[in-house]
Write a protein that binds this ligand. Structure first.
Ligand SMILES: [Zn+2]
Ligand SMILES: [Zn+2]
Length: 180
């Protein structure tokens, strides 16, 4: 997705607003592992301050994650914003600055490249299905969000410790794979 700026750049307008949806990843960036649910939504503006351009973008997207406590797969939502500059005068570019710069090629901006890069850097590494997720019982593997399993009954504790539910072993394997 390219944003064509030719009309804006040749006009006296100070601000260009735009919004839309990225229906798929049309960049060379590999995001197959991120389980993004397209479309990725974006809304942005470009300010022209005497030829020095400022780009601001708000990006929002959904993705599939596994809860770090109970391993359940769930849909997560993320919003992120981006601000970058494009200067007519090259002496404005400061290598030590934390500012981001964006390129204009053939009077257009490669929006997909910016949006997908932003998705990659903003996606959280840790995810919880809910703030108070109770996780899995370390003894029997039951998802404690679905109710108490009874393993912590003091009188039963010794007996129960020896049992490991085979379903739980499977889940642990799955979890290991996710970590790699
Ligand atoms: Zn959870
Ligand atoms: Zn249990």
């Amino acid at each position: 997705m390219k944003l064509d700026l030719s009309r804006f750049l040749s006009s006296d307008e100070e601000k260009l607003e735009f919004e839309g949806e990225l229906a798929l990843n049309d960049t060379n960036l590999d995001i197959d592992d991120l389980r993004i649910i397209f479309p990725v939504k974006y809304k942005g503006s470009i300010y022209d301050l005497n030829g020095e351009l400022v780009l601001e973008l708000d990006i929002s997207y959904d993705f599939i994650a596994n809860c770090d406590r109970c391993l359940k797969e769930f849909k997560n939502h993320r919003e992120t914003s981006y601000k970058a500059y494009n200067f007519k005068d090259p002496s404005f570019y400061d290598e030590d600055s934390v500012d981001e710069y964006f390129e204009i090629k053939n009077d257009s901006i490669d929006l997909s490249e910016i949006i997908i890069s932003q998705v990659i850097t903003s996606i959280p590494g840790k995810n919880l299905c809910s703030e108070d997720c109770k996780g899995l019982c370390p003894h029997c593997g039951k998802n404690l969000n679905d109710g108490d399993c009874g393993c912590w009954d003091v009188e039963e504790e010794v007996k129960v410790e020896e049992k490991v539910d085979p379903r739980f072993e499977k889940l642990l394997d799955l979890f290991k794979d996710e970590e790699v």
